[in-house]
Ligand binder design. Structure first.
Ligand code: IPE
Ligand code: IPE
Ligand code: MG
Length: 261
């Protein structure tokens, strides 16, 4: 599967493409959106699904080739049973209701996270969505569901240990090869993480992949989100300089020198 994903890794617009190609969103604030309107939290989650649909459809016009969204964390099991069941319903209502449209629009769906523990009907919906869109390569939509960054790293470490014990791999492993054992293997490198609702933390999302991603925190609550808000996050991303541990670009150095003189 990872090999097929690599088609989406190829630059499409040449070296001048400012990106980001891969955006991840922590869709937060559904509960507060509902509370502000005197509605049950479930109403916020329902509007959250509508926001997701708008945002996915807006990606094409913004040059984004891969979107990864956080739908349910391994820690969200701590919520009351009725809310957990509402959140499970997000997958039913999003993937099941929108699958045909997404498949036609060239979207490939991939669900990140542990399959064990998912209700059987959700696991079946996930399998079907991945199978029905497997041939698509225009856009990759990764939905993190029952996902935790630490759990994903532990699972990858376990897989590596199993290979070593079976004599199939040496103990030594490079960062690049370890990345191939994560559930995001083969997706384009992560450029930008957005979190809505004003919270400023990662909450166990894409910990490995976040290494050099830019972070943008927006005050908007997730049910109010859409292409315009995503464009604002992308504008902020494009105004930054990514250095990956290197030196500032020559233009910045020249400007600094001019100032010093
Ligand atoms: C995000 O909204 C949805 C999920 C966690 C799935 P919340 O339910 O966390 O909403 P707030 O943070 O309580 O407002
Ligand atoms: C993170 O949001 C998980 C998702 C958006 C699915 P939370 O609302 O669960 O995060 P915390 O608990 O505020 O850190
Ligand atoms: Mg929250």
């Amino acid at each position: 599967m990872a090999d097929d994903m690599r088609a989406m890794d190829a630059p499409t617009d040449g070296p001048s493409d400012p990106g980001p190609r891969h955006v991840a969103i922590i869709m937060d604030g559904n509960g507060r959106w509902a509370a502000a309107r005197g509605l049950p939290r479930a109403a916020g989650h329902k509007e959250g699904v509508a926001a997701l649909k708008r945002t996915v459809r807006g990606c094409a016009g913004l040059g984004v080739r891969c979107l990864t969204v956080f739908g349910f964390s391994t820690e969200n099991w701590r919520r009351p049973a009725d809310e957990v069941s509402d959140l499970m319903g997000l997958v039913r209502s999003y993937v099941a209701s929108d699958l045909t449209g997404l498949a036609k629009e060239g979207v490939r769906i991939r669900v990140l996270g542990r399959r064990e523990g998912l209700p059987p009907d959700i696991a079946a919906i996930v399998r079907k969505a991945e199978r029905d869109t497997a041939h698509n390569d225009r856009f990759l939509l990764q939905v993190a569901f029952n996902y935790g960054g630490q759990a994903d790293i532990v699972d990858a470490a376990r897989r590596h240990a199993e290979r070593v014990l079976a004599g199939e791999a040496p103990v030594d492993i490079s960062e690049a090869d370890f990345g191939e054992l994560l559930s995001t293997a083969g997706a384009p490198p992560l450029d930008l993480i957005v979190r809505t609702s004003g919270e400023v933390r990662l909450s166990n999302f894409l910990l490995w992949e976040a290494a050099y991603a830019e972070l943008v925190f927006q005050d908007i609550l997730w049910p109010d989100y859409g292409p315009e808000a995503l464009k604002a996050a992308i504008d902020e991303y494009q105004a930054r300089e990514r250095r990956f541990g290197g030196r500032p670009a020559q233009t910045a150095i020249t400007a600094q020198t001019a100032k010093a003189n």
